[in-house]
Every structure is written in C-alpha cells, then in structure tokens.
Design a binder for this molecule. Structure first.
Ligand code: CLF
Ligand code: SF4
Length: 521
C-alpha cells in the first residue's frame, strides 16, 4: 500500500528509476503485436476473448474498457484535463468546450496541473478499484501539450504502476513523439482520422498550425493526413496498440470512411471507432451553426457493419468528456473535484485492486459459460431473423437497471450466431422521482425504435403499455441475469413463437441518436 500525503512529495527525480524499471519490464514481457494482430485481422477483437488473440495482446486489452467491449462492463477509465491547447481546428469543435473527438462537448470543469492530475488519479484509484486506465484526451490535444502530458504519465507511473496509460491525439504532432510514447510505456494510442483525401479534409478542418505556420484548406488537410498515417505506421512498428476514431459526418465523409477504414486497417490499426457527429447549434461549432446534421442510429450501424470485416469495430464508445471518471456511460467526475481530492486521504491499495480484478475474471468466465450454454441450445434454423434488443444495465454484465432509471440502453443484435453488442442510446430518465414523464418516454421510444424488445430489471405498467403500442416488447423476467445469455434466450423464445404462429416477425424502423444528451450534466 502506498500512502500519498501530498502531491508535493512526488518529484520527478524520484520517479525516473521507476519509469526505467517499467520500461525494462515491458521490454521483457512484450513481444509486440504479432503479425496477424498487428495487421488488425479478426483474431484481435473488441468483443473477443483470451482465446482469440496472442497472450501479449490480450494482456493489453483485457482490462481496457475502450479496447475490449467485454471489459467495458466491468472496468472504468479516467481522463485528466491537463492538455488545453490544440494545434488544429475541427469544424465540429468549439474551443470553449472539451474535445468532441474523445469527449463530450461540455465544459471541462477544471484544468489540472500534472501534479494535481497525479493526485487525482491516485484518489480515484483508491476509491474505484475497477479504474484501470488513465487517458489524456484533451480538452485540446494531448501531443500539442507534450510536457504536461508526459509529466503526468511519469508521475502516475511512479505511484500506480498497474494503471494502463492511454492517450488520444489528432495525429499532427504524433510522428515527433512516438519514441517518447514508447519510452513512457503508453500502450494505447488513439488517433482521430476523419479522412485520407485532402478534398474531404478541407471540409472538416479550416486550418492547422504546423512548422510555425498556419496552413489552410486542402494543403492543411494533406499535411494532417500524411502525419496521421505516418504516426500510425510508426506506432504499429513499435508494438503499440492503435485505435482510430472517426467522426461520421453525413454528406461530408460518411461513405469516405470506408476508404479510411481500408487505409488504417492496412497500416495495422487494432480497432476502428466510427462515432456519430454531435452537432447542435447550441454547441457553437461551425457544423452546428451551419445546420450539419449527425447520422441516425441505423445510418451509423450500416456504416459500422460495412467496415466490419477483417477489422474490429468499436461500438461502445460514449464520446466522453476530457475529465470523465468511471465506467463508460457513467460520469463520476463531480466526486473528484480538486478541492475534494486534496481533502481525501489517499490509500492506493494494489492488493485490493488486484483482488477486484481477480473477481471480475471469475465473473467473466461465468458470463461466457452462460452465453455458450444458451447458444448451444439454439436450433440451427432461423438464419433469416435478426433482432435488435435494448438492455438496461448499470454494469457488471447483468440486466440490473429499472427501465425508468436508465440513462442509456445498450443495444444487442440477436441472431442465430448469438448476441453481439452493437451500440448504445442515451435517453432522458423516464422515472423522475416516482412518476413517469411522458415526454421522456416518447424520447426513449424514439431512441430504441429500431428494437424489437427492451430488457430491464423492472418495467412499470404504464411504460409497458406504451412500449407495446410502439411495437417494442417490454421484458423484465431476466432481472439480474447475464445480458448475453438472456439476449440469446429471448431470441430462442422469439423464433419459437414465430414458428408456432403466435407472433409475426416484422422489420423495425430507424432510431434517433440523442444530440442533447451530450451537453447535459
Ligand atoms: Fe480515454 Fe480514449 Fe484512452 Fe478510452 S476514451 S483516451 S481510448 S481511455 Fe473510450 Fe471515451 Fe470513446 Fe475515447 S469511450 S471517447 S474511445
Ligand atoms: Fe477540438 Fe480535438 Fe479537433 Fe482540437 S483535435 S479542434 S480539441 S476536436
């Protein structure tokens, strides 16, 4: 156990030996991406498990909530807002707000010094044993603020060597920092790549600042694209896992993202995360003010599906804030303001953290065997039926949330092949302290309108009626059971009812991605 009385006691001179030790350890343990995984082939999956990838890759992803869909039910990440400056302008970003790529465009509550950030990480790790990853994702660009970014990593690595280090960048400065990223044992890097064609890029980026000069239009986009792809190749050559984020902007780069997917896949990106543009006039962005719309839920899914082949697609991204804390989809940052963190007694208990992680390993094995048992019981027909199901969960891989208390629904695709996580939908709370809000219920139905059923731990009589009227079956008899096994079990009962003529299988429509949720607290 490490007791940290005050950040003033952490000095860089004290922690260099620890960093070198970590580097040596990593060198000894890691052989880098194998050729198959480094090329992003299907053996490395965001939803894959231990048997699907080389052990050294599994070690890197198994507890990372963004790189493993399974992990995101159990493990949390935190961001520290130490990087305020940015070296480019995106048309979907307003500088007054935090990064739209990697964070919800809400105001960052506080900007931190590296010392404050390190103390905050230790405080969060003490309180939340499932927090396994520290990411630096803005509010500007991590590598446009290299001194603060790397000093933060160094301070954290010295005190909490089990925390994985992660950073997100627009990629412009990336080739200059690959050696440093490697030296600091940052195992996971995200590059936001929205185009590989400068003509498309000119519609997304009005300018970049590079080599002491401001560049505009096509010329700017060309430099940015070349630097992004070079940085990607350099990271892969170093055995660092790279995720590519792309913002889907209908009419600007939506179909072009298929070409982006090919370009990043061929250069060895591990995962591709296509996110919807969040664009409302109140965000004050160029796109928002000019009426550029974001995609619908089915437009996003269709693009993700068409890119999913040999490469894994991330579909559980929550576009989190640059100071987010907690499981993806929850935000506990308000519990860890600088004032509160400075007043906390910080006890970083590695044993407690490892005990939690061992418990999660056991639970994951149980979840997988429940899923496999249900899958084995599925008949070999009904290849033609595919359903989307909305699931209310607080995490942990079970259906453990009341319909009226859900801030979001996780969306699973159910078919003969099993259960697959394909997205999430944020909603307003339906239940507001004992009574239901009809407007909120209408919003929930719009958000899950493409689903055949909703699975929650409890659903009240009134919403059940409205859901049925909308053609969505309300199901609460899987309360506290594992999600994937329940989804497959529901599919089995559905196809049996279709075969018996009790129900008729019909296609559902589209659903809307809620824009306003991203600016709410
Ligand atoms: Fe943060 Fe990003 Fe690391 Fe994750 S977030 S720096 S890879 S630790 Fe994750 Fe958040 Fe999506 Fe980013 S859900 S916005 S993909
Ligand atoms: Fe904003 Fe991030 Fe784009 Fe910079 S890279 S302009 S912070 S969205």
């Amino acid at each position: 156990m490490v007791t940290l009385p005050n950040t003033a006691t952490i000095a860089l001179k004290d922690i260099r030996p620890m960093r070198e030790h970590r580097a040596a350890l990593a060198e000894a343990e890691t052989t880098g991406c194998s050729s198959s995984s480094a090329k992003g082939e299907s053996s490395c999956g965001s939803s894959a498990g231990a048997g699907d990838m080389p052990p050294e890759i599994w070690e890197k992803v198994k507890n990372h909530p963004c790189y493993s869909e399974q992990a995101h039910h159990h493990y949390a990440r935190m961001h520290v807002a130490v990087a305020p400056a940015c070296n480019i302008q995106c048309n979907y970003c307003n500088r007054k707000y935090d990064c739209s790529n990697e964070s919800r465009p809400g105001v960052v509550s506080e900007r931190l010094t590296p010392e404050q950030a390190a103390r905050k990480v230790l405080a969060v790790a003490s309180e939340i044993p499932q927090m396994t990853v520290l990411g630096i994702a803005g509010p500007g660009d991590a590598l446009a603020n290299p001194a603060k970014t790397f000093q933060t990593f160094e301070l954290v690595a010295a005190q909490a060597p089990d925390i994985k280090l992660c950073l997100s960048t627009n990629g412009l400065a990336l080739p200059d920092y690959v050696d440093q990223i490697k030296a600091y044992n940052v195992d996971h890097v995200t590059i936001t790549i929205n185009m590989v064609d400068p003509d498309v890029g000119a519609r997304i980026y009005p300018w970049i600042f590079y080599n002491h000069k401001r560049w505009h239009g096509r010329e700017a986009a060309k430099i940015l694209s070349e630097r992004q792809l070079l940085g990607l190749e350099m990271l892969v050559a170093q055995g660092i896992l790279v995720k590519v984020n792309s913002v889907m902007i209908p009419g600007v780069n939506d179909q072009h993202l298929i070409e982006v997917n090919r370009a990043v896949k061929s250069r060895g990106a591990f995962l591709h995360n296509i996110m919807p543009l969040i664009s409302e006039a109140e965000h004050g962005t160029w796109f928002g003010l000019n009426g550029q719309r974001g995609p619908s839920a089915q437009e996003l899914k269709a693009l993700q599906d068409s890119c999913e082949g040999e490469m894994n697609m991330m579909r559980h991204c929550r576009q989190c804030r640059a100071d987010a804390v907690g499981l993806l989809g929850e935000d506990r940052s308000a519990e860890f303001s600088t004032e509160k963190v400075m007043a906390m007694e910080v006890n970083y208990d590695l044993d407690k953290r490892q005990a939690y992680q061992a418990e999660v390993d056991g639970k994951r094995a149980e979840i997988n065997s429940a899923r496999d048992a249900e899958l084995a019981a599925l008949a070999d027909d009904h290849e033609d039926i595919t359903l989307l199901l909305a699931v209310a969960t607080k995490g942990g891989g079970t259906i453990n949330e009341h319909f009226g208390h859900a801030h979001e629904f996780q969306i699973y695709e159910a078919s003969r092949r099993g259960a697959k996580f394909v997205g999430h939908r944020r909603v307003d709370l339906y239940c507001q302290g004992g009574y239901g809000e009809e407007d909120a219920l209408a919003g929930v139905i719009r958000a899950i309108n493409d689903c055949h059923a909703v699975l929650a731990s409890k659903i009240g009589g009134c919403p059940k009626g409205s859901l049925r009227e909308a053609g969505i079956e309300p199901i609460d008899h899987y309360a506290h059971e594992y999600i994937e096994g329940s989804v497959i079990n529901y599919f089995k009962s559905y196809v049996e009812r279709v075969a018996a003529g009790e129900i008729e299988h019909t296609a559902r429509g589209d659903a809307s991605i809620r824009q306003g949720a991203f600016i709410a607290a």
